[in-house]
Design a protein around this ligand. Structure first.
Ligand SMILES: *[C@@H]1O[C@H](CO)[C@@H](O)[C@H](O)[C@H]1NC(C)=O
Ligand SMILES: *[C@@H]1O[C@H](CO)[C@@H](O)[C@H](O)[C@H]1NC(C)=O
Ligand SMILES: *[C@@H]1O[C@H](CO)[C@@H](O)[C@H](O)[C@H]1NC(C)=O
Ligand SMILES: *[C@@H]1O[C@H](CO)[C@@H](O)[C@H](O)[C@H]1NC(C)=O
Ligand SMILES: *[C@@H]1O[C@H](CO)[C@@H](O)[C@H](O)[C@H]1NC(C)=O
Ligand SMILES: *[C@@H]1O[C@H](CO)[C@@H](O)[C@H](O)[C@H]1NC(C)=O
Ligand SMILES: *[C@@H]1O[C@H](CO)[C@@H](O)[C@H](O)[C@H]1NC(C)=O
Length: 823
């Protein structure tokens, strides 16, 4: 084969590169390369004889046959060189051709271990073909020592062959394919193609196409579990050995356009098997072979890790019910196919289980692999994943007619597929394990507020103590007579369960995971055998607590509403009064509305829903039960959110049952400064104190800040005063939560809601609406009164004395952050 030297090579480039370049100039004009070589022989990786190969493609040829060249292929000046065979277009190396090089490597010996300049290839006397790097390390060899090799040939098909004495084949490169097949080459049973890492890195990547026994199968390495194509049975061959021959225009049942020029098929770094053909000096894709079987979302990493593929487009998993939380973000904004990463990584310790939840993706599918659990329903599948540290996602697949299905537990996550066409005869659910951001967790510890409560209610406490001593002894007598059953019992006609202390000990793993601390005691995480997550409130042994314990059990036992936290049961053994609540995944409202974290800013619609929910819960307490129930401590810390952001009122510990007929009842001073109505200083306490607190909460939700916020400048520290001022200035829009674009763009609606808040905050409690009236207002039925007073903090009765909310503003009180209530 004759190839003319490229006269336009850059001499400067070469002299820096080569030690003895000048010695090659002499014979460099026309060079014939052999197609065979004989032992012993050796070749050094420096450009020799023909500079055009080197100049345009970085190839130092050793053998050339037809359109194939075998030799060192270097991709950069640092000496990233492969001993490889490539296919080229003859006129590429024509001095008169200006076209860019169009060589393609079709086989390489050392794809995972590139060698440097001056590495060497040796065909030893003993018949071994060896590749040694510059420092002498053996990088690769054919293991043919002692096989009496007589020659090395590069065949017309592009096969590098070692021949024995009788011209029998001792070794051939076709037996060790990399990612490419050339016409005439076969994939034999037991062999596989392995894709490169990327188009610029030829190291072995993750995708493979293998012929296993009689079936073609494509999968993701390394565990071969993630099959994305096949198994597809191939035709048997005469020899009995299964193989798929790549012939011109055909690869098993895949039909390609017959080659009019050089052609090859390659398993790409994206998992697609494509055929390429030379057209006007460029390699063009002529066919995507597997796509008819796999579809556009057909390869496991089509959208990267955690990516979701829908019709070939990539996105990140999103919670459908719960638009507020962004659990995943794109790795690279401009490349959605690179996948997504968790905004908060999932920690894996048994004590963290309670902070995990599963993001449900309905009609999302995954690739086939071997199920971990058969005959599992969805619930069982989810539980198995939540209890298993290494499980990062669960897939549940169920035949349409079956009541149980298959459960897959993933320890590594590739792309999900959206089931757009719904052609399957099964339903598929995907559940991705996510970490609830720390601020979302229920019952957050809020150290020091016991002190705050004491500070604000020191006087009343003495009074309570006196009153309660009697009640406590009553309680003791009642409870000590009860026997301690080990197993949970249904408690009377009520819908909750009586647990034994030992039982709850084991359900909470000896109270090892503390969720928080409140004025009445600590709250611990636990889970019942049926996997119901629970929050167990362990009441401290003070008299005040004993009183509230009874109040809570009795109140909650008779009260059921979707917007109230459910009591599951209690334990009344000896000195261990415990209350068992349902555990609400998204924690308390304060974590959301006071957060500056963009991951969790709530939308206007969600905030509106939460306000409606709280109103419904309160209306029920006030008017929907047999007895009127005052909550008396409405504040964001006592509003919990479930996984769908349904708001539920918690902590009835401070509430007091009063008779419906009895409208006004004197109770001891309760509640949390900042949320307490002005009339607390008087003697008339009605359900309207809850309405007032509700008004404060509405404002906090709309403004995204605390009522009393010491991080604000002095004149803006008190939200209610600021509210009064902004009303006077007619600038209510300025109060809308500045950290939420969605709130800003719904400013008009938000301001309407502020009017309802103002109505609830009327200093004269007679002018405040009932909660039922508030609900009517939300529904558009009742009109907010016109001449509202905006002097919210002052009691309009003649005896204007310092009110608790006034006092809350003075420096003698603890910081507002410490003023969270009994939780
Ligand atoms: C190897 O190549 C040489 C030179 O082209 C040729 O003479 C010889 O027949 C080839 N050997 C085989 C076994 O094809
Ligand atoms: C040669 O043998 C070594 C060790 O047995 C093995 O790692 C290597 O893959 C073999 N090389 C070839 C080309 O088969
Ligand atoms: C190519 O990919 C391999 C495997 O991921 C990696 O170890 C190697 O560093 C990469 N090489 C280059 C030049 O980036
Ligand atoms: C392939 O065939 C061998 C021998 O018949 C058998 O042992 C092996 O299990 C088969 N492998 C697969 C994946 O079917
Ligand atoms: C894929 O399907 C189309 C349309 O049925 C067909 O024309 C094409 O040849 C198929 N491709 C392969 C690689 O089989
Ligand atoms: C835990 O999950 C991994 C995969 O995530 C699975 O291989 C293993 O079998 C599971 N263990 C149990 C006990 O289910
Ligand atoms: C489900 O059951 C119905 C009626 O029994 C039957 O017609 C249908 O073919 C079944 N579908 C599957 C997927 O088994």
């Amino acid at each position: 084969m004759a190839i003319r030297r490229n006269t336009g090579f850059a001499a400067a480039f070469l002299t820096t590169l080569l030690i003895s370049a000048s010695s090659f100039f002499v014979n460099a004009d026309r060079v014939d390369y052999p197609s065979a070589a004989y032992p012993p022989n050796s070749w050094i990786n420096v450009p020799v004889f023909d500079f055009s190969f080197w100049d345009s493609a970085g190839i130092r040829p050793i053998l050339i046959t037809g359109t194939f060249v075998c030799g060192f292929h270097c991709s950069n000046l640092q000496g990233n060189c492969l001993f490889a065979i490539s296919i080229f277009q003859i006129n590429t190396f024509d001095a008169n051709s200006n076209s860019s090089p169009s060589t393609k490597i079709v086989w390489s010996a050392n794809r995972n271990n590139p060698v440097k300049f001056r590495a060497s290839l040796q065909l030893s006397e003993e018949g071994d073909l060896m590749l040694q790097d510059l420092d002498g390390t053996l990088v690769w060899n054919t293991n043919t020592t002692g096989k009496f090799v007589s020659g090395l040939n590069l065949t017309e098909k592009g096969n590098l062959v070692l021949y024995g004495r009788n011209n029998e084949m001792v070794w051939q490169s076709f037996d060790h394919p990399t990612d490419t097949l050339v016409p005439g080459q076969a994939l034999v049973s037991g062999q596989k193609l392995t894709a490169s890492v990327s188009t610029t890195n030829s190291s072995a990547g993750l995708y493979s196409l293998a012929l296993i026994n009689d079936s073609l199968i494509a999968f993701l390495e390394p565990d071969a579990q993630q099959v994305y194509f096949g198994p597809l049975k191939v035709e048997a061959h005469e020899s009995g050995q299964h193989k798929v021959v790549y012939m011109n225009g055909r690869f098993d049942r895949f039909v390609l356009s017959p080659a009019s020029a050089s052609q090859f098929i390659q398993l790409g770094s994206d998992g697609h098997l494509r055929a390429y053909q030379l057209k006007e000096s460029k390699w063009e894709q002529v066919s995507d072979l597997l796509i008819n079987y796999t579809g556009a979302c057909g390869s496991p990493l089509v959208c990267g890790e955690y990516g979701v593929c829908s019709d070939g487009y990539c996105s990140c998993p999103k919670a459908e019910s719960n638009a507020a939380v962004v659990y995943f973000r794109q790795v690279s904004e401009n490349h959605p196919d690179l996948g997504c990463k968790e905004t908060i990584s999932v920690s894996c310790k048994p004590s963290d289980y309670h902070s995990h939840s599963l993001l449900e993706l309905k009609d999302f599918d995954y690739f086939y692999f071997v199920p971990h659990i058969e005959n599992a329903n969805r619930q069982k599948c989810k539980e198995a994943c939540l209890k298993n540290c290494s499980c990062k996602a669960a897939i549940h697949r169920q035949q349409i007619n079956s009541s149980v299905g298959y459960c897959f537990l993933l320890s590594k996550i590739f792309s999900f597929k959206r089931n757009v066409d719904n052609l399957h005869d099964y339903n598929s659910f995907s559940y991705i394990k996510v970490q609830n951001p720390p601020i979302f967790r229920a019952y957050r510890p809020s150290k020091g507020h016991m002190k705050a409560i004491l500070g604000s209610t020191l006087g009343p406490i003495l009074f309570i103590l006196l009153v309660v001593v009697g009640m406590f002894s009553l309680w003791r007598n009642k409870n000590d007579s009860k026997d301690d059953k080990k197993e949970p019992q249904k408690y009377g006609r009520l819908r909750f369960t009586r647990f034994s202390y030992d039982y709850l000990c084991s359900m909470t793993e000896n109270f090892s995971v503390k969720l928080g601390e409140g004025g009445f005691g600590s709250v611990y995480y636990g889970s019942l055998p049926n996997s119901t997550k629970i929050a167990v409130k362990r009441l401290d042994g003070t008299d005040r607590v004993k009183k509230s314990f009874l109040a809570e059990v009795e109140t909650l036992g008779s009260v059921h509403h979707i917007n109230l936290v459910s009591l599951i049961g209690f334990c009344a053994e000896k000195s261990h009064p415990l209350l068992v609540y349902e555990y609400l995944q998204n924690g308390s409202l304060d974590g959301w509305i006071f957060s500056r974290n963009p991951v969790c800013t709530l939308s206007w619609k969600l905030r509106e829903k939460i306000i409606h929910d709280v109103a419904k819960g309160l209306a029920y307490l006030h008017d929907g039960c047999d007895q009127k129930i005052l909550h008396l401590d409405i504040k964001p810390q006592n509003i919990l959110l479930d996984e769908n952001f349904n708001a539920r009122l918690a902590d009835f510990g401070l509430s007091k049952l009063i008779d419906r007929d009895q409208n006004q009842v004197l109770t001891t001073m309760r509640g949390t400064p900042g949320y307490m109505a002005p009339e607390w200083s008087s003697a008339t306490i009605t359900e309207k104190v809850d309405v007032y607190s509700f008004g404060v909460v509405i404002l906090e939700i709309l403004c995204g800040r605390r009522n009393i916020d010491r991080s604000q400048p002095e004149e803006e520290m008190h939200l209610l005063r600021l509210f009064t001022r902004k009303v006077e200035e007619g600038k209510l829009l300025e109060l809308v939560d500045k950290f939420s674009e969605d709130m800003q763009s719904n400013g008009a609606e938000v301001v309407k809601m502020m009017r309802i808040a103002a109505w609830c905050l009327q200093p004269d409690y007679n002018r405040r609406p009932s909660m039922s009236k508030v609900l009517l207002a939300f529904a558009g039925y009742s009109i907010v009164e016109d001449n509202l007073s905006y002097d919210f903090l002052n009691l309009q009765a003649p005896r204007a004395i310092a009110t608790p909310s006034n006092r809350a503003g003075t420096t003698t009180l603890a910081l507002p952050s410490m003023l969270s209530g009994p939780r």
